[in-house]
Design a protein around this ligand. Structure first.
Ligand code: PLP
Length: 292
């Protein structure tokens, strides 16, 4: 039994299916030693991976970015995820996949000859956002973005994100919003959106943020709803003047941010409450899930 984990889910490790409590990796794994690996998180609704193709594309991009030869092809990843879902319970799950450069003598340079990458996948029950979070929104705090310059890679080296998240929690907020050189980047584990004058604004998709699968999804929903989208550099001060703020991620879906640094978000009577653009996007997101 592992603290905080109910039951003993079946996981995948290097070709084997086994109970989580029996899954072991060497202390010389480069994921453990150097954080030398990448990961993916996929939400599952009604026992089907949601937006699978986008996740597979991002997975291949992450592997290429850190020069790990893909241990499986797209069809094999899809089959692995399918089997993981079938071997675990619950209509809604979230899948975690981690691929590291493998096990080798400790040396910063890549193992030569190459070693087999470590592939680990597990499923957890998907605790979707609560009605309170969806209807009342959440608080965030502003923090300097102190991460490296390849935030576009879904790397397991998440120390900057971990410290930002904990700093937010220490200040009573569940998420941090980060800024680099005075411009918005993203949350510790989410993409951040601003509404101003009826348009949805988001930071550029570049090396300073992880392009969430829900980043693309929200853009699609906005287009469908004819909400103008502006992808551009967003100054930190603009967030204090925003009509609405929201965040997206696989596990948070889309949630309204109603407090920034303990001040209510939004103008006048709306201040501190989820806004109308959020409500429209949320409805569209729910509808998409209903149609699955
Ligand atoms: C740093 C960061 N940005 C953005 C996201 C959102 O990505 P996705 O929508 O694919 O979950 C995540 C997800 O965990 C993240 O960790």
């Amino acid at each position: 039994m592992i603290d905080g984990i109910h039951g003993n889910p079946t996981v995948y490790l290097n070709g084997d299916w086994l109970p989580l409590s029996e899954a072991k990796v060497s202390v010389l794994d480069r994921g453990f030693i150097f954080g030398d690996g990448i990961y993916e998180v996929l939400p599952v609704y009604k026992r089907k991976a949601f937006r699978l193709q986008s996740h597979l594309t991002r997975l291949e991009r992450s592997l290429a970015a850190i020069r790990i030869r893909p241990p499986l092809d797209q069809a094999q990843w899809a089959a692995l995820f399918d089997e993981l879902i079938q071997r675990n319970q619950g209509d809604d799950q979230f899948l975690y996949l981690q691929v590291t450069r493998g096990v080798a003598k400790r040396d910063h340079s890549f193992p030569n000859p190459e070693v087999r990458p470590t592939v680990f996948a597990m499923s957890s029950p998907f605790q979707r956002p609560t009605t309170a979070q969806r209807d009342s929104g959440i608080a965030v705090v502003s923090l300097p973005d102190e991460r490296w310059l390849h935030c576009d890679i879904k790397s397991v080296s998440l120390l900057g994100n971990v410290l930002a998240r904990q700093a937010a929690i220490d200040r009573g907020a569940p998420e941090a919003v980060m800024f680099r050189d005075g411009f918005l980047t993203e949350g510790s584990a989410s993409n951040i959106w601003m509404v101003k004058d009826g348009a949805l604004h988001a930071p550029l998709k570049n090396h300073l943020i992880l392009e969430g699968i829900r980043y693309g999804l929200l853009q699609e929903l906005a287009e469908r709803l004819q909400i103008p989208v502006q992808i551009r550099r967003i100054r930190q001060q603009e967030l204090t003047q925003a009509d609405e703020l929201m965040l997206t991620s696989a596990t948070k879906e889309v949630l309204p941010i109603v407090q920034l640094d303990q001040r209510p978000v939004g103008p006048g009577a709306h201040a501190g409450r989820p806004g109308p653009i959020y409500a429209k996007l949320r409805r569209a997101y729910d509808q998409l899930l209903d149609e699955l």
